[in-house]
Design a protein around this ligand. Structure first.
Ligand code: I3S
Length: 128
């Protein structure tokens, strides 16, 4: 049988490199610090990896590398946020706990695809 025959490993929905900054923690505003981040959408979570060495499709698997942080998408909100940055193609992700992130790509099609995929997960969780 396959290693995941019991369904313990959640489905990998999407992974890629985006620019990321956290702008609020628990509702408290933070100073921006943009950095490239390897972003993985898996199950109900968006997982961020800092280490460039971990930028491969197996990175998200348990034990393969340590995530910088992880966001629970249940109840989260997405909105385009070009007003919050001088950069183009920016959206804001806000968690139920009041953590806020900006995610950005120079490639419009790529950031649109991320927005759509994350919104689909949020919508799916809203219906549960
Ligand atoms: O919204 P802000 O505060 O103008 O964001 C810029 C600053 O955070 C800036 O950092 P310092 O104020 O520490 O120098 C960043 O380097 C910029 O990238 C931020 O603006 P953008 O427009 O890139 O989100």
């Amino acid at each position: 049988s396959s290693p995941d025959s019991e369904g313990v490993t959640p489905e990998l929905e999407k992974a890629g490199l985006l620019n990321k900054t956290k702008i609020a923690e628990g509702g408290r505003k933070l100073r921006k610090n943009w950095n490239p981040s390897w972003v993985v959408l898996v199950g109900n979570s968006l997982v961020f990896f800092k280490d460039p060495k971990s930028q491969n499709p197996d990175s998200w698997k348990p034990g393969n590398s340590r995530p910088e942080s992880s966001v629970d998408l249940r109840g989260a909100q997405l909105q385009w946020a070009n007003d919050l940055s001088s950069k183009k193609n920016v959206f804001k992700l806000r968690t139920v706990t009041g953590n806020e992130f900006l995610l950005q790509s120079e490639t419009e099609s790529l950031i649109r695809e991320w927005y759509r995929t994350i919104q689909n997960v949020i919508d799916r969780l809203d219906k549960e």
